[in-house]
Design a protein around this ligand. Structure first.
Ligand code: GDP
Ligand code: MN
Length: 389
């Protein structure tokens, strides 16, 4: 799960990670008033969307007067921001963050992520922070330091010093960076994060370190344990189809292809997508309808898949373990009738009562192709999608 920058900064504050003074606003006049109450020489207005890369597309504006703050806010609110990290439609801007600006001496990079390979949390640090960290990682990987934290030992003082040296910090700043790293580490563990990124972490002319940007992702499988985090969820920033799927207990992720996939079980769904690709097709989605599926769920699943205009054919791959194949077949028939499915549907059933299930799906006149094995089913659906396209 993602949260907004202003929310991430509230969490930073609780964990003693220094942030610029600022406040979220949802109205232009309110934004202007916030600037006035913050005081100072200038302010930054930052569009709040669940994506980075805002600086390069006008989502981060520097203002000299509170009138300018209100003006930039008015211009941003109600628009959609398209950045290198969003799709072509972009994300809606419903609020902005107004902050005091600080004289920036250097922009650094610091993040904490789970490294699945070593099964440890690692800090990633670079003195070349700012807007192009991906390019740095690609072109000059030697400018990036990683520090791996042993889960039993926890974050060690020498590891903080290593990062301090890599970032070119002076002796007096070592304490500050250690406190920031400890704050990130505590926050990560306490809230089951999967990533905390500060880009840029700035050094001001006065030598202070401040988290100018803040990005936190949380582990979806743990977020139910943290009502405070769940309360920060902003569904407007997420894919409509994925939100709808969640309501029906379906695991759905939109992809770019034209072959809709409906599968029970995440592992089988992945294997099915692999096979579709192997046979020359591209899946339009990942969809796990769950183990104990029913007619209602299958109907919703069809609706979701077909609401994607790119879908030219659907592959249903269900293993009847908990639910019997004949029950599933009836569900599919009912769903196809209810949802008025107009594209060809290839169905591969396996498991208990498979013969009865296949018999129910044959000769229906509904554009259903009953396949007897998965490889064949994948071939068939790819051919059908190509014939339509
Ligand atoms: P992102 O592009 O979505 O990652 O947004 P950031 O919050 O990282 O802002 C992008 C860039 O805007 C930063 O790298 C800074 O160069 C600049 N920026 C952001 N906030 C301030 C600020 O308070 N003062 C100044 N001078 N520049 C800022
Ligand atoms: Mn940034």
């Amino acid at each position: 799960m993602n949260i907004h920058e202003y929310q991430a900064k509230q969490l930073f504050q609780h964990y003693h990670i220094p942030i610029p003074e600022g406040k979220q606003a949802t109205m232009p006049e309110q934004a202007g008033a916030i600037a006035q109450s913050l005081g100072g020489e200038g302010w930054v207005v930052k569009a709040q969307v669940h994506a980075g890369g805002r600086g390069k597309v006008g989502g981060v504006k520097l203002a000299k007067t509170s009138g300018e703050v209100a003006g930039f806010t008015r211009a941003m609110l109600g628009t959609r921001l398209v950045t290198a990290q969003t799709d072509a439609v972009g994300l809606p801007v419903h609020s902005v963050l107004v902050e005091k600006t600080y004289p920036i001496k250097r922009e650094l990079y610091l993040s904490l992520v789970l490294d699945r390979g070593t099964e440890r949390l690692i800090f990633i640090a670079s003195a070349a922070g700012g807007m192009d960290i991906e390019a740095v990682a690609h072109d000059a990987p030697e400018k990036i330091l990683t520090v791996s934290v042993h889960p039993a030992a926890g974050l060690q003082g020498y590891q903080c010093r290593k990062v301090a040296y890599a970032l070119g910090l002076s002796g007096t700043q070592h304490k500050a960076i250690a406190a920031i790293m400890q704050g990130m580490y505590s926050l990560f563990l306490a809230k089951d994060a999967s990533q905390i990124e500060i880009n840029p972490l700035i050094e001001t002319d006065g030598g202070d370190l401040l988290a100018l940007d803040a990005k936190i992702n949380f582990d979806d499988n743990a977020v139910a344990l943290h009502p405070d985090i769940l309360a920060m969820k902003d569904s407007a920033q997420e894919d409509d189809k994925e939100n709808e799927a969640q309501q029906f207990g379906l695991n759905y992720i939109t992809l770019d292809g034209n072959i809709g996939c409906m599968v029970n079980g995440a592992g089988l769904a992945m294997a099915t997508m692999d096979l579709v690709k192997l046979k020359g097709g591209l899946p339009a989605n990942f969809l796990d309808v769950g183990g104990g599926t029913n007619v209602e769920k299958v109907c919703e699943a069809f609706k979701l898949i077909l609401s994607d205009g790119n879908v030219k054919a659907v592959l249903v791959n269900i293993f009847g373990g908990i639910v019997k194949c004949d029950v599933i077949a009836l569900g599919i028939l009912e769903a196809i009738k209810q949802v008025h499915v107009a594209v060809p549907v290839v169905v591969r059933l396996e498991g208990t009562n498979v013969e009865e299930g296949r018999a129910l799906l044959s000769d229906t006149g509904l554009g259903i192709y009953a396949a007897d094995d998965l490889a064949h089913a994948a071939e068939q659906v790819v051919a059908l999608a190509e014939a339509v396209a």
